[in-house]
Design a protein around this ligand. Sequence first.
Ligand SMILES: [Zn+2]
Length: 482
Amino acid sequence: MNLRHPLILLILAALLGPAASARPAIAQASAAPPSAPGDPAAISTEALGWLQALLRIDTTNPPGNELLAAKYIAGVLNHEGIPCQIFPTTPGRGFLVARLNASAVPDPSHALLLMAHLDVVGVDRSHWTAGPFAATIRDGYLYGRGAIDDKGMLAAEMAALVSLKRSGARLTRDLIFLAEGDEEEGGAAGMQVAVQNYWDQIAAAYAINEGGRVILRDGKVVAVAIQASEKVPYNVQVIATGTSGHASIPLADNPVVHLAAAVAKLGSYQAPVQFNSVTRSYFEQLPQISDDETAKWLRALETPDRQDHAARFLSAQNPAWNSMLRDTVTPTILQAGIRANVIPSEARATLNIRLLPGNLLQPLLDTLAKLVDDPLVRLEPAPDIGQPAPSSPLDGLFYHYLEQASRKQFPGAITLPFMSTGGTDSALLRLRSVAAYGLLPFPLTVEDVARMHGNDERIPLDSFRQGVDFLSALTRGFVTAQ
Ligand SMILES: [Zn+2]
């Protein structure tokens, strides 16, 4: 998603060794024998079975139907003696919470929350070569909608929970697992309900959610990007008004013309470059894994005389970097006219705006209104869709722990904090002072990450195993540390 780099071309065949051989599909968790405590290879095999079962449950949102998947997970956890509860939100929908407590009384002030979402985005079946809900294994990959967003994470978190429970290890922190719903459509039937109505069930000091990346390049993990922040989304209506009439008599206040001119200006607006602690650290560390030319311009980003050129060069190379450097304004919808021979009295456009955390919408709207400079055109913000959440700390206990655990798991890889340009449910947690981090633990190439929300979404089997191992080890280490 956010770390796409057009110069990085990867040969998929070279990425997976013989260890990633195909194994037969299994439908139920019970198809794989329970693994011995502390046996990472075996738990990842079981987890692969859970992931296949989850992929076969169609939770396309809308309508979601997350309860089907939640019940499947409850079955697995109940079998392991892990207490869990399903909280319905709307018909067919809801979320699941499971927990392992360190002592008789829950202690949110030290607890770790592992979370992932049950719902998936829709598919265009005509572009899939594998059944999107068949969980097919082919050439070392498991295919299915949700394989990397976000059912792979669900299965890996289940593995972390189950292996910990089986080990009988004494916990020094509570471990909470949240399988939530409606992430892909805003969370009104999922995370928002969980946070507003059931906060006591999921309250924690630290959280791991989607949003990060383990970056695989030429068969090697080069970086672990830990998401600590995200941009804040808003929608704004651009409304042009004029006189309606017969199209045979052109009018100077035709709103279609005024809107088109306004959208052309708005679409090419470039907000000033700004850094926050997360993006500063990200861009400072990126040269270590970049080619020489890119590294040169990355280092020039904060030099006053060369910043403009550096931002232009980097933005052209990678549109996601452009979005990480500034507030962005993207026209996405145009609406005008009812008949070919009628001048309409109104024309509308929608702007999707993504603000850097901490920035306010109104000053940007003032700038945009000046830019448009047309009394017939006005800007109206839609009711807030964004959660103006602060970044999670980069100097705290848990972030340092995640850095250490990443380096231990992937020797030679750098770790760097990361700001998503898109939104995740971590924003709701950060607003409640949870130090939430995005850490998708599976090593993935740029090419495979690009399949998220796209066609033939898949996860390399070897990467899945490594991710399960990584997440299980870091969870165990954190919740059992003395
Ligand atoms: Zn997701």
